[in-house]
Design a protein around this ligand. Structure first.
Ligand SMILES: *Cc1c(COP(=O)(O)O)cnc(C)c1O
Length: 402
């Protein structure tokens, strides 16, 4: 086989991505190595996916054990890992019932379809409207880009599905003005991830819950990015004490193996009756076995509690860096989903800092043009946090020339 190079990407791949120059080939814990053997600290976690870092022994074991037993059947049969995982998810959350799929967009697609169908079955066709928020991100299928609050992801794909409106995030009065008897569901991220790592206020989520109850509308939380331990609780809604009717989960749910889930209460589950929805891969035994191992690891004593401590270490380190450079306008987020909004004169330059960080051996993310983002492994060793932050400091020094 001829060696694979980054240049070949452009020859054979659709140009919807523009990957960096390096090609990673191996990962262990919070470290990644590229083709040249160069080592990187990983603060990106595959965009909030690799919640236990790379090649975690318990996940490798679950994958290989299940891989030797049974990979796939289809939903004409059920399987042991799928039922065990659903059981675990219902024990860990508000949910009574679970639907499995393979990604976040599909989990939201299922959530939105269930909400529409629930309204249709119980209240009739007129109750079909979906209210979402500006700046939100819910995936890249046609329905989920239509519900998402970022116009750029819809451009050129019109006509998009109708009956969808968008209101400013964290603005309860705007939601109150928009919601009506025609509203089937309100969909919210407890923390807007792609939109800039913006947490909802307590009053906003509580108010949204109350408004939904008053109008017989369902409250959907998109926890694709915030779920599975990221905030220091299993799901972010648990931090707020506000329960949704439907919740989507993916990303970290598989720790790197593709899986998504739509979770809901017994009150709404029957509306997704036999034959109304489905997925070939959903509930695949291989995916479910790995996901179950992820949840088993995260629910071990002390693991989620340590997320808060590690987040404090990040924040202290960031404060120390900023004493030197004065580049950070605000550090926000929850647990190990950390967003750093840059000062106004650095707006638009988040990408430059991420590029410079990669040069110094640090993988990190942006969340829009003005915000740096970290979503590392939840079990990242303190020494790796310190090592990564030292590289970030050097990178900022290179970019600022100070
Ligand atoms: C990543 C993300 C999605 C989409 O997940 P995919 O697995 O890429 O389809 C949906 N919602 C939120 C909040 C996300 O962060």
């Amino acid at each position: 086989m001829t060696p694979i190079t980054r240049d070949q990407f452009d020859d054979v791949m659709v140009p919807n991505y523009a990957p960096g120059k390096i090609i990673p080939v191996r990962g262990a814990g919070s470290h990644v190595w590229d083709q040249a053997g160069r080592e990187y600290v990983d603060f990106a976690g595959g965009i909030a996916v690799n919640v236990l870092g790379h090649a975690h022994p318990a996940l490798v074991k679950a994958l290989t054990t299940q891989g030797q037993a049974l990979w796939h059947l289809s939903n004409v049969m059920t399987n042991e890992p799928a039922v065990a995982l659903a059981k675990k998810l219902t024990e860990l959350t508000f949910a009574d019932k679970v639907f499995f799929c393979s990604s976040g967009a599909e989990a939201n697609e299922a959530a939105l379809k269930l909400a529409r169908r629930h309204a249709f079955v119980n209240f009739g066709q007129d109750k079909h409207e979906i209210i979402s928020t500006l700046g939100s991100f819910h995936g890249r299928t046609l329905f989920t880009v239509s519900v998402g609050g970022q116009a750029k992801y819809k451009e050129g794909f019109e006509p998009t599905p109708g009956g969808i409106s968008h209101v400013p995030y964290n603005d309860l009065e705007a939601l109150r003005a928009q919601i009506s008897a025609r509203t089937a569901a309100v969909i919210l991220e407890p923390i807007q991830g792609e939109g800039g790592v913006t947490p909802a206020t307590q009053a906003y989520l509580e108010g949204a819950r109350q408004l939904c109850d008053e109008h017989n509308a369902l409250l959907i939380f998109d926890e694709v990015q915030t779920g599975v331990g990221r905030t220091g609780q299993m799901y972010a809604y648990q931090q707020y004490g506000v329960r949704p009717d439907i919740m989507s989960s993916a990303k970290a749910l598989g720790g790197g193996f593709p899986i998504g889930a739509m979770l809901c209460t017994d009150a709404v589950a029957p509306s997704l009756a036999f034959g109304t929805h489905g997925s070939t891969y959903g509930g695949n035994p291989l995916a479910c076995a790995v996901s179950l191992a992820v949840l088993n690891e995260l629910t071990k004593p002390g693991v989620l509690a340590s997320v808060t401590l590690k987040a404090e270490r990040f924040r202290a380190g960031l404060a120390a860096i900023d004493e030197h450079y004065g580049l950070f306008h605000e550090v926000r987020g929850m647990g190990l989903l950390i967003g750093i909004e840059l000062m106004p004169d650095w707006h638009g330059k988040a990408k430059d800092i991420v590029g410079a960080a990669l040069e110094e051996g640090l993988m990190m993310l942006v969340a829009g043009p003005n915000v740096l983002r970290f979503a590392p492994s939840l079990i990242i060793p303190d020494a790796d946090i310190d090592k990564g932050l030292a590289r970030l400091k050097k990178a900022i020094g290179n970019v600022t020339g100070r």
